[in-house]
Write a protein that binds this ligand. Structure first.
Ligand code: CDT
Length: 311
């Protein structure tokens, strides 16, 4: 019996700074309805999908920053999305800024959740690889203050039994790191869901700008192939508050091949029928970890006298 997830990559166009949550949730709901019409089981929305990408601004007042955060999930403004999921029988991945009271203090994370077809939260992930900087850098055309506004995620890279398979999550910059996929690969992940906000221009390394689409595909295609897993990467795209962000949302098969993609920079749905068992031939042959990985040998090389230690 094939295990198929019909997945929708629900790319978003820009979200304006003053666009309220109800308007954004209405956009997400329209995409969810469209996906239901095409028989989707699961829809993937971008990173920080409820607001504009606010780390592009330095804000001195914490109260101003906190306006972009959710204190509960679902809350009064996001509940309609969960109700739509239940009504339509379509699950979703959603990225948002999370404000949590935890360990006796207020904590802020760049978070994603996996919601099942009944509208219940089935998994949560908090972004680990936070890019950018933590102090105001006025020389930049725009800031990237994730290190200022968020803590490093404290949930690891868990893999959840959901949608009839093994589902993992990552957020934006995580997709550039092989560890992200491998930690989940070691847990037998079958589909990795990733939302992102990626500016075309990278202020500290403008020489990379022309390669932004190539790098986006390179990391997700290799992560998929090297771990025998599906990868679904979804952008918040287009010209958002004066900053150009890449689109190029893609659905990648365990072979590393791209089988679905968005072609605009706006709200758009790309769909693929994903057979979770397609990863098996990779997991059983070239990437049979139990048979071919050599973690002890990696350690020996690193510890060899005179070797450069890991930083
Ligand atoms: N949101 C996020 O993590 N963006 C980063 C920008 C880094 S600039 C190359 C990303 O990795 O896409």
């Amino acid at each position: 019996m094939p295990r198929i997830i019909t997945v929708g990559a629900a790319q978003l166009g820009p979200i304006a700074r003053d666009e309220g949550r109800p308007a954004v949730v209405a956009r997400l709901t329209r995409l969810l309805e469209q996906a239901a019409g095409h028989g989707c089981d699961l829809v993937v929305f971008p990173e920080l999908a409820l607001t504009t990408f606010f780390p592009r601004w330095y804000m001195a007042e914490q109260a101003e920053v906190d306006r972009f955060f959710e204190r509960e999930m679902p809350g009064p403004e996001t509940r309609p999305l969960f109700e739509a999921a239940r009504r339509l029988g379509v699950g979703f991945y959603l990225g948002y800024a999370e404000l949590a009271e935890e360990d006796g203090r207020t904590r802020r994370f760049n978070t994603s959740i996996l919601v099942d077809k009944q509208g219940a939260i089935a998994g949560k992930y908090r972004k680990i690889h936070l890019p950018g900087h933590d102090e105001h850098e006025p020389w930049r055309r725009f800031q990237h203050l994730e290190k200022r506004y968020f803590e490093t995620g404290n949930l690891g890279f868990p893999v959840f039994r959901a949608f009839g398979g093994h589902i993992g999550m990552a957020i934006c910059n995580d997709r550039r790191w092989p560890e992200t996929y491998r930690v989940m690969g070691l847990q037998d992940v079958e589909m990795v869901l990733i939302g992102y906000n990626t500016p075309v221009h990278n202020p500290p390394a403008p020489e990379h700008d022309d390669l932004s689409h190539f790098h986006n595909q390179l990391v997700m295609q290799s992560g998929a192939y090297q771990n025998g897993t599906w990868v679904v990467g979804v952008a918040k795209a287009g010209l958002e508050e004066g900053v150009e962000q890449i689109g190029n949302s893609i659905i990648v098969a365990p072979s590393g091949e791209i089988v679905g993609r968005c072609t605009t920079l706006g709200d758009e749905l790309a769909i693929a029928r994903c057979d979770l068992d397609l990863g098996l031939s990779y997991k059983r042959s070239v990437f049979n970890f139990a048979r071919h990985r050599e973690p002890d040998a990696y350690r020996l090389i690193v510890e060899r006298k005179g070797a450069i230690p890991p930083s």
